[in-house]
Write a protein that binds this ligand. Structure first.
Ligand SMILES: NC(=O)c1ccc[n+]([C@@H]2O[C@H](COP(=O)([O-])OP(=O)(O)OC[C@H]3O[C@@H](n4cnc5c(N)ncnc54)[C@H](O)[C@@H]3O)[C@@H](O)[C@H]2O)c1
Length: 260
């Protein structure tokens, strides 16, 4: 540990597993306090307990549905009280799901995707901002996707939410700058990373994970899918003051996919 985010206090949504869990561990290892939140409350608490076993007193775990405005207000207040401040927000919670081409899609599915992947980011930015301003220099990190920058058939709802998060990130960055607040806002755009979100692809490959991964990596120049820490390292950089002149920007973590 080199303390790259020592003194920072970060709230990470969707932290019970996958990328959120990896980001929480990464920030804690580098000295931050972390509030791990998830709709899976026992999962969030289990991650916080595991982090505390390695880094005593650094982690807190709460149940938190990111689509619920009332819960957002409560969770940011609680996290700020428990950690003493809130200087980093990682809007990570999100869902992927099955491929759905237009005529098989439904308004219910579309709205669910919007609520979890997109509206949650607005709510997080809105309710965290007063705390972030008070703890500046501060950083908001929104987990979008390569799917927010490039479309794919069958991914209309997901594409739309992740593109919205990409653009919304820039709006918030500019608003904060205009106000003279030292609260930066950036987005991260991963390609396929090895988490449970890839389960539908494994199912499509008849439960054969290796076969699914082989299919997914075909279009990726580096010919592999990513590890959660590939994303967590980018979040660490954006959370730290090393990135103090970067706002309204995006980091692609895609093995070269969108360079083609
Ligand atoms: N893994 C990838 O390949 C990949 C690629 C690009 C972008 N992403 C994005 O990264 C983020 C994290 O995904 P992951 O791969 O870790 O997936 P994951 O399914 O492993 O984890 C997502 C977490 O979000 C939580 N969650 C779902 N709905 C929620 C809600 N309403 N409120 C609070 N928490 C909720 C889940 O309980 C889970 O713990 C998502 O936004 C996803 O779109 C992932």
């Amino acid at each position: 540990m080199s303390g790259r985010v020592a003194g920072k206090a970060a709230l990470i949504t969707g932290g019970a597993q996958g990328l959120g869990e990896a980001i929480a561990w990464m920030l804690a290892r580098e000295g931050a306090r972390v509030a791990v939140t998830d709709i899976n409350a026992p999962g969030a608490r289990a991650v916080a307990d595991a982090i505390n076993a390695a880094h005593p007193g650094q982690a807190f775990g709460y149940g938190h549905d990111v689509t619920d405005e009332v819960q957002w207000a409560e969770v940011v207040d609680r996290a700020t009280a428990d950690m003493g401040r809130l200087s980093v927000l990682v809007n990570n919670a999100g869902i992927g799901g099955d491929l759905r081409w237009l005529e098989d899609d439904s308004l219910d599915h579309w709205r669910k995707m919007q609520a979890i992947n997109q509206e949650s980011v607005m709510l997080g930015c809105k309710y965290a901002m007063p705390h972030l301003r008070a703890a500046a220099p501060a950083s908001i990190i929104n987990i979008s996707s390569v799917a927010g920058l490039a479309a794919a058939p069958g991914m209309g709802a997901y594409n739309a939410t992740k593109a919205a998060v990409w653009m919304y990130t820039k709006t918030i960055a500019l608003e904060a700058a205009k106000h003279g607040w030292d609260v930066r806002c950036n987005s991260i755009h991963p390609v396929f990373i090895k988490t449970a979100i890839l389960d539908p692809y494994v199912k499509m490959a008849g439960g054969d994970e290796a076969k699914a991964h082989e299919r997914l990596m075909r279009g990726i120049p580096l010919r592999r899918i990513g590890e959660p820490d590939d994303v967590a390292y980018a979040a660490l950089y954006l959370a730290s003051d090393e990135s103090k002149f970067i706002t309204g920007s995006e980091i692609k973590i895609d093995g070269g996919l969108l360079a083609q």
